[in-house]
Write a protein that binds this ligand. Sequence first.
Ligand SMILES: [Zn+2]
Ligand SMILES: [Zn+2]
Length: 283
Amino acid sequence: MVLEDWHTHNEMCHHAVGSIEEYLRQAIKNQLRTIGISDHFPYEFLKNIERIPYQEYAITIPEIEDYLLIAENLKEKYKQIINVRIGFEVDYFKNQEYALNNHLNKIKNRLDYILGSIHILNFRDGRGAWGFDDSRFRRDFEFYGSQNVYINYFKKLQKMINSEDFDFDIVGHFDLPKKFNDRPNNEEQVLDEIMKTLELIKAKELTVEINTSGLRKPCKEQYPSENIIKEMYLLDIPILLGSDAHKPKEIAWKFKKITKILKKIGYNQFVHFNKRKKTFIEI
Ligand SMILES: [Zn+2]
Ligand SMILES: [Zn+2]
């Protein structure tokens, strides 16, 4: 079984532990063919993030160069043993693509892939931007209510996919609002938004990450759920695996178990990225 982990963090984002090299060594121990380095892209250039403790959410702009140099050196050092691919997990903020691209465009030619993710919502006439997957914002989650959070999230995901100016390859942790096991009151309405989102992903030829970190969280299942993966399979949406490791030990988390489930659904290929080009590997 050829396995690759495309979603990993490290101490540079200020909330994960371990150096990039420690994650890489763990990946070698787990006999992975590839490790994707995908730490959180900076936030400090964004507007309206007063409530977000963004210093603890991501690397900072001055650290971008260090991050890339460390990853590039490790790629060379370990090239006989494991593929190292270099990326970023980038948060989508509506109408702030220009500020993002000012920073991202300078280094984009050094990246193998970009994960597009949403961790922050900002309701109209609400309390201001908040991190719905951050336990420190649980009061906001309760204030808006689970149904609104789900709908707002998927609508924002659709905007991310439709944005002409948000350049990315992989949709990260597709159904993240379930993290703390909050379920929507009206499942049907949410399913409707999920299907709209999947159609857009298909049209834009994007890849969806099967993220196993949910198995370590109160929801106790991967992102996305098995039912959503089945819909993705019917739409022929390509996939790859991500552990979202924030500790070296979390590398390739439950990858064998999840791959069995994916094969049962019908998947027999994973996507591989190199310099933003997509190829396929047989599972
Ligand atoms: Zn993180
Ligand atoms: Zn994430």
